[in-house]
Design a protein around this ligand. Structure first.
Ligand code: SF4
Length: 115
């Protein structure tokens, strides 16, 4: 299998957005990183182009995206203290939408960095 080397890759795992990472890939699998920290290395080495999950799940079972959105909306509507959590590995546009949703439902916002 041929080795592909990508220089100046950007890591979006923690928010520091290091953009000087070198990646070595065999096919779709990244096999080596240079200049990434341990978190970034773990993220890249476990990141694949394979589709591991269906587009949506409800209670761990495959569902349509429309049904999943309806179910999520019902959970949020019923919640007494909603929490919008996560937002790592997502775009600024997605974070903007999450903040907008949190404001609409009176939620608290937290990111994975609180761990
Ligand atoms: S996880 Fe590490 S390599 Fe990735 S952006 Fe954060 S500090 Fe940089």
């Amino acid at each position: 299998m041929s080795l592909t080397i990508v220089k100046h890759a950007t890591c979006t795992f923690c928010g520091c957005v290091c953009d000087d990472i070198e990646l070595h890939a065999e096919g779709d699998k990244i096999v080596k990183t240079k200049a990434a920290c341990s978190l970034g290395t773990s993220w890249f080495l476990n990141h694949t182009a394979e589709r591991l999950y269906p587009a949506a799940l409800i209670d761990g079972k495959e569902a349509s995206v429309d049904d999943a959105i309806e179910t999520a909306a019902e959970f949020l509507y019923q919640a007494n203290m909603p929490l919008v959590y996560g937002m790592s590995n997502v775009t600024c546009e997605a974070q903007r939408e999450a903040v907008s949703l949190a404001e609409k439902i009176g939620a608290v916002i937290d990111s994975h960095t609180s761990l």
